[in-house]
Design a binder for this molecule. Structure first.
Ligand SMILES: [Zn+2]
Length: 111
């Protein structure tokens, strides 16, 4: 079982990750605006720009997924279910939660 101190520590971590993800998502949205196709750039650099846009979109999608997982972790904290494996209901080891506070499964179920 997690102690209250450990829970608070993890809660802070989750909150910080959510905030930095949101900040990254804002700045990456601003970057996407910057690569508009009517900048009078050549065909090759336009292809480059499109490729970069795809990469940026992909990164954005991954951030959104992570954000959802982190928010779901916050909900589980509110419900007092946080830190338990969603499959076998055993407590998830603390080092695992510290490395990945949004973890849904314990080491053996995730593996
Ligand atoms: Zn498990």
């Amino acid at each position: 079982m997690l102690t209250v101190d450990q829970l608070i520590d993890l809660e802070v971590r989750i909150q910080e990750e959510i905030e930095s993800l949101r900040a990254e998502m804002d700045s990456s949205a601003a970057e996407r605006e910057a690569i508009s196709p009517d900048k009078g750039i050549g065909r090759l650099s336009r292809l480059d720009a499109m490729q970069m846009q795809e990469v940026a979109k992909d990164a954005q999608r991954r951030r959104e997924e992570r954000l959802q997982l982190l928010e779901a972790a916050q909900d589980r904290m509110d419900d007092g279910e946080y830190g338990h494996c969603q499959r076998c209901h055993e407590p998830i080891a603390l080092p695992r939660l510290q490395a990945q506070p949004e973890a849904l499964y314990c080491g053996s179920c995730a593996g």
